[in-house]
Design a protein around this ligand. Sequence first.
Ligand code: NAX
Length: 328
Amino acid sequence: AQVPVTVTVTGAAGQIGYALLFRIASGQLLGADVPVRLRLLEIPQAVKAAEGTAMELDDCAFPLLDSVDIFDDANQAFEGCNVALLVGARPRAKGMERGDLLEANGGIFKPQGEAINAGAAADVRVLVVGNPANTNALIAQSHAPDVPADRFNAMTRLDHNRALTQLAKKLGVSINDIRKLTIWGNHSATQYPDIFHAEVGGANAAKAVGDQSWIENEFIPTVAKRGAAIIEARGASSAASAANAAIDHVYDWVNGTPEDDWTSAAFPSDGSYGVPEGIISSFPAVSRNGRWEIVRGLDIDAFSRERIDASVQELVEERDTVKQLGLV
Ligand code: NAX
């Protein structure tokens, strides 16, 4: 039998956790033949709720679920961890400035980075979902000096999936006909969903749309503001779709992306496309042999350049703020 893979999930008692854990335990994160050990991290007040979720996991009798353990201590939770899903984060409270938000999250992601450095398995892969995801990932990464930096990712796959559906609907085609769409930059309202290199049934997607104003005034804002639209409609933020995107991201990272396509993932820049080295930015990415590679050589026109630069500028400012706060 295969050795179980240890998956640590933080914020396990939250709404994304509730949508995510059952899919992990059923084999969708890593594959239908890979047994899983779950280690859940919560704050002390939410441990009881996490225990309730663990009872439900028991009640599913998942053949692949080897064990579930719950912790309120990061060092224990990340012990031997192969895949870490950092979902728990500090939400923006009313009247909170961006600096305050980054500082509050530094209080979470710094010790978690240290705990990953101290106790995770040598092959650990970390996906940060909790917002502000890119900069939280940077904070954790900078406190895990013994872990290769490229093992720290932030999630833009939900934005990617949202963009796929908006484009498919516009063109009246199936999701399966669309390839090579890209989310660039930060997982925030400045993100840039790029269809200028995307293909629909082999043809250029932007040309197939043939309407620059739709791209600029409908498509980009709809994707970038989709999170707010979900809150408005549902009275709660995206949860099942966020969990789904986390599953997609890790599955592709571990198992590889399909030939002749790419996806979007945020990981430390190597300086490509003018994104300063070390900034955790979303790129067009393929996964080969368990590692993300940036898709090279795309022509970036002035329209795209301006939008990529604006989102990357926001990431640089967030990086500078957390630097001033002594968090990286
Ligand atoms: P919830 O508030 O339902 O759950 C968060 C959970 O994290 C709570 O149970 C809380 O007790 C726990 N938590 C807080 N601090 C912790 C710590 N130090 N260690 C362990 N657990 C801790 O939020 P939920 O809706 O599940 O969203 C979680 C995060 O995902 C938020 O930051 C949210 O903004 C972010 N999102 C990111 C998305 C993305 O695409 N990257 C999309 C969805 C979502 O908005």
